[in-house]
Every structure is written in structure tokens, then in C-alpha cells.
Design a binder for this molecule. Structure first.
Ligand SMILES: Nc1ncnc2c1ncn2[C@@H]1O[C@H](COP(=O)(O)OP(=O)(O)O)[C@@H](O)[C@H]1O
Ligand SMILES: [Mg+2]
Length: 275
């Protein structure tokens, strides 16, 4: 079980003026994100939206310790991030399901890796397999599953470790629309009550508003925070219903106005590059 060491009042994630520069081939530097300051509380679901290539994934790699900040500070559970912090769970667009292991072994991987005896890990895995609706498929291999089912395996694989911090980078980006909505609902249900802080990166504004407590809008690269919007929609939510409500549409229009400018800047840059 992950120990959540967050003391009352201290955020799960705290970015202060976080800046990331990468060296370029010609010996210069390229700034991917600049002066990002953001607090995320335990149990809070934050979605980060911004145009493609603006620096969303880079922001996540600072939180996950995959990349050090060039300037500023990144703290998780009140400690500076120096490597992968305890209690982090990830999910990316490309899942990390191992093709040579069946569903049961894939889901049991995290607890086994942490030293849990095989029997206990398998019992726990069966419980998670049930929660994601895959009972009966324990012996299947990933190539025998649909995209949505693989995503369920990935979700069980991530959540079985009971992360206090969930970092999701366009996790449903490769799914068809109906499967994506199903997975979004599933994620909200599995997350609710866990107390995990979530950072959900997406370029899809509908997805961001449907899921999150707050939506962070980033600028065209280098990514800085342009807007932070509270999403005061009631929970529990069903994504395909909530997006039809007048309240949702109102929020969508407001945030899209902000995001659109950044998307247009990004498009104009792309156009000038190929011109
Ligand atoms: N390791 C790296 N080295 C050099 N440039 C990088 C590296 N990672 C990301 N970038 C650049 O930083 C910018 C932001 O990338 P990224 O964070 O992946 O964007 P997003 O996730 O918003 O689509 C892009 O221009 C990308 O090419
Ligand atoms: Mg990305």
C-alpha cells in the first residue's frame, strides 16, 4: 500500500517557476516550458490542455522525475523530485502491457515487483481485473484483446499499486470515440474516493472538462500557464451526459476561446514552416 505522506495543507504536487530547456543540435537551447507555477491537492483531478507540441508531456516528465527542471522547483508530497517519486502511477497513450504475459500476470506485475508473494499478488490482481470488467479474460494475452480491453488491463495495472499520484498522458488518445467515453467513465469511477491527485494531459478540451476539477490551459510553446479554470460540475459524472448540459457548454465556450488562440498560433507556425 502506498503511503500518502502529504500533510494537511501541503499540495501533492507543487511546481514553482518550473522551466525546462533542451540543448539543440546547433549548440543552443530550446525552451519547452517556462515559469510554470501550479499546486495540485491530494484528491484533485487536474486536466492540462494545450496545442500539440506545446510542452504538456514535458511538464509531466518534470513531475515524474524523468527530466530535471532547468530552473524552478518541483515538489511531490512536499519533497523535491530527484527521481521517480513514491506512489506515482502512469498511463500513456501507448500502454505498457507486456505482450508475453497474460492479463493476470500483467495486472499482478506491480505488486510482484514490490515483493508481494505470488498468491497474494494474484488475488489482488483478480480483484482489479473484476473492477475493470475483465473477469473471464485472465488467461488471454494482449494480442487477443481489443484496444479497449488492453486499456482496461493498463488501468488495472496502474491502479493496483494504489498510487497517490496519477499521471496520465493522453491515455485514451488512440481509442475510438465510444470506447474512449467508456474508459473516461471507468477512470472517474475507479479514481473517486481514492484520494489520488491526478494530472491528466490531453489536447481534447471536451475530455478535459468532462473529467477534471480544474482545467489548466497552456500557451503555444514554450508552454506557460495561460488560464486555470474551475470546473464546478457535480460528481459523480457520466461524461456522455454531462457534455450535453448547458453548464458544460458554457464552460466549454469560455475555455475554448482561450485555447483557440494558442491552437491558431501553433497552426500558423506549422504553416510557415512548410511554406
Ligand atoms: N528530450 C527532448 N529533447 C529535445 N526536445 C524535446 C524533448 N522532449 C520534448 N522536446 C520538445 O519540446 C516541445 C514540447 O514537447 P512535448 O512536451 O512532448 O509537447 P506536448 O506533449 O504538448 O505535445 C516539442 O517541441 C518537443 O519537440
Ligand atoms: Mg505529449
Amino acid at each position: 500500500m502506498t503511503q500518502n505522506t502529504t500533510t494537511a495543507g501541503s499540495p501533492a504536487i507543487a511546481l514553482r517557476d518550473a522551466t525546462k530547456r533542451f540543448p539543440t543540435k546547433d549548440g543552443g537551447t530550446f525552451t519547452a516550458i517556462r515559469d510554470v507555477t501550479l499546486d495540485i491537492a491530494a484528491g484533485e483531478f487536474v486536466a492540462v490542455v494545450g496545442p500539440t507540441g506545446c510542452g504538456k508531456s514535458t511538464t509531466l516528465s518534470l513531475v515524474s522525475g524523468l527530466e530535471p527542471a532547468s530552473r524552478g522547483t518541483v515538489r511531490v508530497h512536499d519533497a523535491p523530485v530527484t527521481g521517480i517519486p513514491d506512489g506515482v502511477g502512469y498511463m500513456f497513450q501507448a500502454d505498457a502491457v507486456l505482450p508475453w504475459k497474460n492479463v493476470l500476470d500483467n495486472v499482478a506485475l506491480g505488486p510482484r515487483y514490490r515483493g508481494m508473494p505470488k498468491r497474494d499478488a494474484e488475488a489482488k490482481a483478480r480483484d482489479w481485473i473484476e473492477r475493470v470488467g475483465l473477469t473471464g479474460f485472465e488467461d488471454r494475452y494482449p494480442h487477443q484483446l481489443s484496444g479497449g480491453m488492453r486499456k482496461r488491463v493498463a488501468m488495472a495495472q496502474t491502479l493496483i499499486t494504489e498510487p497517490s499520484l496519477l499521471l496520465l498522458d493522453e491515455p485514451f488518445g488512440a481509442l475510438d470515440v465510444q470506447t474512449r467515453e467508456l474508459m473516461q467513465d471507468e477512470l472517474l469511477e475507479l479514481w473517486s474516493g481514492t484520494g489520488a491527485a491526478v494530472v491528466f494531459v490531453t489536447h481534447d478540451l471536451t475530455e478535459a472538462i468532462s473529467l477534471a476539477d480544474r482545467v489548466v490551459v497552456m500557451t503555444a510553446g514554450p508552454a506557460t500557464i495561460k488560464d486555470v479554470v474551475d470546473i464546478d460540475l457535480p460528481r459523480p459524472r457520466r461524461v456522455e451526459e454531462i457534455r450535453l448540459t448547458p453548464e458544460f457548454i458554457e464552460i466549454y465556450k469560455r475555455v475554448w476561446d482561450s485555447l483557440r488562440e494558442e491552437v491558431e498560433i501553433t497552426r500558423a507556425r506549422g504553416a510557415s514552416r512548410v511554406a
